[in-house]
Design a binder for this molecule. Structure first.
Ligand code: PLP
Length: 436
């Protein structure tokens, strides 16, 4: 364990940790991180998708530098600022929707989901909410309250929250059983108390729930039911939005028309900024309702504008689709050769592969996932695992990942998995890294 990691362990609170290896970073460029030993590691996580343009992207650096050279204050709650207004106008133009709409700017996916839900409940007077089992919408009280992820057992769920099953197209029945159950639960709820339901939150791909792609048409039916009962739909695009799936908005694959769209993570290209885009009637509900001092921060807003410009100018959505195809076929090739890989799923470069019990080594899926993340770190690749069973390796690399880097990462994964399954990584190695 390096000196930097030890200092972190001694000074940074464990309640802020989600650790899988003693990764200790001092720098980075593009898709590569540099650790405190000077090693370069290929970053297949991009800090859970936040470093959307990779590390130290020149466009983000230039925008941040410009914004800081004549700083338009530190936040927008008590003054109009040019970067925040430009960002809001840009997001409205990039997000289809009907009627008058507004934008709320925040720091994180968590505060954005929380602000959206609170505003919807207050503005509509409809206190009930619907979300999905295993969904992760954030780590603040209000966003945890509408999440169904088992990693948040200590958080109180919102009173009147209904959690529906989230079907997976990769299930043997194509997700038909879970989809029918979810639709029937929703229909029953709406018939009984539809007028009390304010919103339904969904991830277009359930990321922390295991990178699950729902069957085609499922979310369209959900949206139709909600619309008929005046229930607002909220698309949480925090992890899979902004070009990552090949389309600017992941809900675009299903032709959905959510009332509210939540953006975060990759929006700031590594800086903290999030957004809610939704009906003015909801987001204008009351002033002083969802404010934090440096919301609309001009430096973060400038970074976000640079990210949006770069995604458009460099066609990063199309690139995510192309590089994602390379990555996916590499993973599928591994799946053909390695029985412990049970499934490859996702879209574009929002990908995951599920691992399951391995007869020869006696390792469970969760053990394989934990050991794979650790061994990959040793071999120079950064990725983490997700899923309610902690058994899905997640790949959310920068949108700027090259084909060569995708192949390099798959090659490292192949060696990693061979080492793990041959018992070359002792299970005790990962005991200190509790993951989730
Ligand atoms: C879909 C989704 N929504 C919201 C969040 C919360 O975002 P943040 O951790 O930036 O607050 C996450 C984080 O993983 C997420 O995946």
């Amino acid at each position: 364990m390096s000196g930097l990691y030890q200092r972190d362990a001694a000074s940074i609170a464990r309640i802020a940790h989600l650790r899988f290896s003693p990764l200790a970073i001092t720098g980075g460029r593009g898709s590569w991180l540099i650790d405190d030993q000077g090693r370069e590691l290929l970053d297949f996580s991009a800090s859970w998708g936040a470093a959307s343009l990779g590390h130290s992207h020149p466009a983000v650096r230039a925008a941040v530098d410009r914004a800081l050279s004549s700083q338009a204050g530190a936040g927008h709650i008590s003054a109009a600022t040019l970067p925040a207004v430009e960002l809001a106008e840009r997001l409205l133009a990039l997000t289809p929707g009907e009627g008058e709409r507004k934008v709320w700017l925040g720091h994180s996916g968590s505060d954005a989901n929380e602000a959206a839900v609170r505003a919807i409940v207050a503005a509509t007077g409809r206190p009930r909410l619907v979300a999905f089992r295993n969904a992760y919408h954030g780590g603040t009280a209000g966003s945890m309250a509408v999440s169904g992820h088992p990693a948040l057992p200590q958080s109180a769920r919102a009173p009147g929250l209904t959690l529906l099953p989230y079907p997976s197209a990769a299930d043997p029945d194509g997700g038909a059983g879970a989809a029918a159950e979810a639709l029937s639960m929703l229909r029953d709820l709406l018939i009984r108390v539809g007028a009390e339901v304010g919103a339904l939150l969904y991830e277009p791909i359930q990321a922390d729930g295991g990178m699950i792609v729902p069957p085609a048409g499922f979310l369209t039916e959900i949206e139709g039911l909600c619309r008929r009962h005046g229930v607002l739909t909220v698309a949480d695009e925090v992890k899979v939005g902004l070009g990552r799936t090949g389309r600017f908005h992941a809900h675009g694959h299903d032709g959905l028309r959510p009332d509210v769209v939540i953006l975060g993570k990759g929006l700031g290209g590594g800086l903290p900024v999030s957004a809610v885009i939704g009906p003015a009637a909801i987001l204008d509900h009351a002033s002083c309702f969802a404010i934090q001092t440096v919301h609309g921060n001009p430096v973060c807003a400038a970074a976000a504008l640079a990210v949006l410009d770069t995604i458009e100018a460099e066609g990063l959505g199309a690139r995510a689709e192309a590089v994602g195809a390379t990555l996916r076929s590499g993973l599928e090739e591994l799946q053909r050769r390695i029985g412990a890989i049970r499934s490859v799923r996702g879209r574009g470069i929002a990908l995951g592969f599920g691992v399951g019990e391995d007869g020869a080594s006696g390792l469970s899926g969760a053990q394989i996932a934990a050991l794979t993340v650790y061994r990959a770190w040793e071999l120079g690749l950064v990725l983490y695992y997700v899923g309610p069973g902690s058994d899905v390796l997640e790949l959310t690399p920068p949108l700027t990942l090259t084909d060569a880097e995708a192949k390099r990462g798959v090659a490292i994964l192949e060696v990693t998995l061979a080492d793990v399954l041959a018992g070359r990584v002792a299970p005790e190695t990962v005991e200190a890294f509790t993951g989730w």
